[in-house]
Ligand binder design. Structure first.
Ligand code: ZN
Ligand code: ZN
Length: 414
């Protein structure tokens, strides 16, 4: 056995000891400079805007003190208005977003957990504390302290397991960039501006004394204007972090896999949104309902012409200044794929729905959730069209629930 050179041994030891460091470096994803710049830039602008809201409130307070001929109270009025302005923000921080669907437990959905855990491992990111299964087509992540991942089952039939993994890598790309934390802060500021605007409006409506009432009008106009600018900037930020998550997913999955995942998923969810929900409404109007909407819609989808599906998905993808996601075409181009050379595949053999244990039961239960939601929407739209009046006796109601209960037992009913 040859005696190993001490220097070589030292080098090996060094390399072995350094391996965690090398591992971390290998795990770090080089994000393109232009993208990083756009993300930081939009964050800086939002921060400045946010600070300027309170500076402006202070000034307005001071200005009111002069207008009321008590200029010695300039600062008190200024701080007073800043404090009033902080109330909606505190309120917005306490707002909990409503959860749809249900929480998946590992013992019931072992395959799904295995898949998510595998992706979490790739990123060296902690497993989300909750996996939600939703009746819709959305797949998303949220959470500031405890992370959640939402998996809508509606789109899973249209993508393969590998494609689902690519989409999950996009979602973990959001965790990687801390997008759920910044996103949550920004959306709460947005909510606070909207509630300030409502508050100002009701102040104006409630107070008869013009000189005091006008403060409400100022608050309302001011927060409305800010809210608009904020929404535009937040949307720009949101689209940039989508590009980043796409980039991360395309590096980790290969751009073709991710690109196909994105196209197939969008093509089907567009179809589901247009055909699926409409068919539920159609059936409801006939007094019927789907047993399993996911199965029925996918069967219809398989019969569609793939070229046409591709045309429809690009055509119905209209971006606006308030879009949270960039247009599909742009997203594909940004990961260096040519949208025109990609094909929609609408005949998937082993789709990602196989990760959902007892899928038939889950799908049938969630079909009922979708049906009930749409049913309530229909009843509501119907009640609105009658301005909340009973269809039999014409009695007026404020709440949909009260109207429905009354109509069921209405005496004028034949
Ligand atoms: Zn995303
Ligand atoms: Zn009645």
């Amino acid at each position: 056995m040859p005696i190993s050179h001490p220097k070589k041994r030292a080098l090996e030891n060094l390399l072995n000891n350094c391996s965690p460091l090398i591992y971390i470096m290998a795990n770090k994803i080089e994000i393109p400079k232009w993208l990083q710049f756009r993300i930081y830039f939009s964050l800086i602008i939002t921060t400045l805007l946010f600070i300027s809201v309170y500076v402006a409130l202070f000034r307005i307070g001071g200005w009111i003190s002069i207008w009321w001929e008590t200029p010695e109270l300039y600062n008190s009025f200024g701080f007073g208005l800043v404090i009033i302005g902080l109330i909606p923000l505190i309120y917005a921080l306490s707002v909990k977003s409503g959860e749809q669907g249900f929480e998946a437990k590992e013992k019931d959905f072992p395959e799904l957990f295995k898949c998510v855990r595998e992706i979490a491992g790739e990123f060296n990111i902690k497993m989300p504390s909750k996996i939600l299964i939703l009746p819709t087509e959305e797949i998303f992540v949220t959470g500031v302290f405890s992370k959640k991942i939402g998996v809508g089952i509606a789109g899973l039939r249209a993508i393969t397991n590998e494609e689902l993994k690519a989409i999950l890598r996009h979602e973990f790309g959001h965790f990687y960039g801390n997008d759920t934390i910044f996103g949550s802060i920004l959306s709460r500021i947005q909510i606070s501006l909207e509630s300030s605007s409502k508050f100002g409006k009701s102040w104006w409506d409630a107070i008869p004394l013009m000189e005091i009432a006008i403060i409400g009008l100022i608050i309302a106009g001011f927060s409305k204007a800010y809210s608009f600018i904020f929404r535009v900037i937040i949307s720009i930020y949101s689209r940039q972090v989508e590009y980043r998550a796409d980039y991360v997913a395309s590096i980790k999955s290969g751009k073709e896999t991710f690109g196909n995942a994105l196209l197939n998923y969008s093509a089907y969810t567009t179809y589901f949104g247009q055909v699926g929900y409409n068919s539920v409404v159609q059936l409801l109007l006939e007094g019927k309902a789907f047993m399993n909407i996911y199965d029925s819609v996918y069967q219809a989808y398989e019969k569609e012409d793939a070229k046409n599906l591709k045309k429809v998905v690009f055509e119905s993808d209209k971006g606006s200044i308030f879009s949270s996601h960039p247009k599909l075409r742009k997203r594909l181009k940004k990961i260096n794929l040519n949208p025109d050379s990609l094909k929609v595949s609408n005949k998937i053999k082993n789709s990602a729905i196989s990760l959902i244990s007892k899928r038939k039961q889950v799908e049938e239960e969630l079909t009922q959730v979708i049906t009930n939601n749409l049913h309530v929407n229909l009843l509501y739209a119907d009640a609105v069209s009658r301005e909340g009046k009973c269809r039999y006796c014409g009695e007026q109601f404020e709440q949909l629930q009260d109207l429905l209960e009354h109509e069921e037992h209405c005496e004028s009913k034949e």
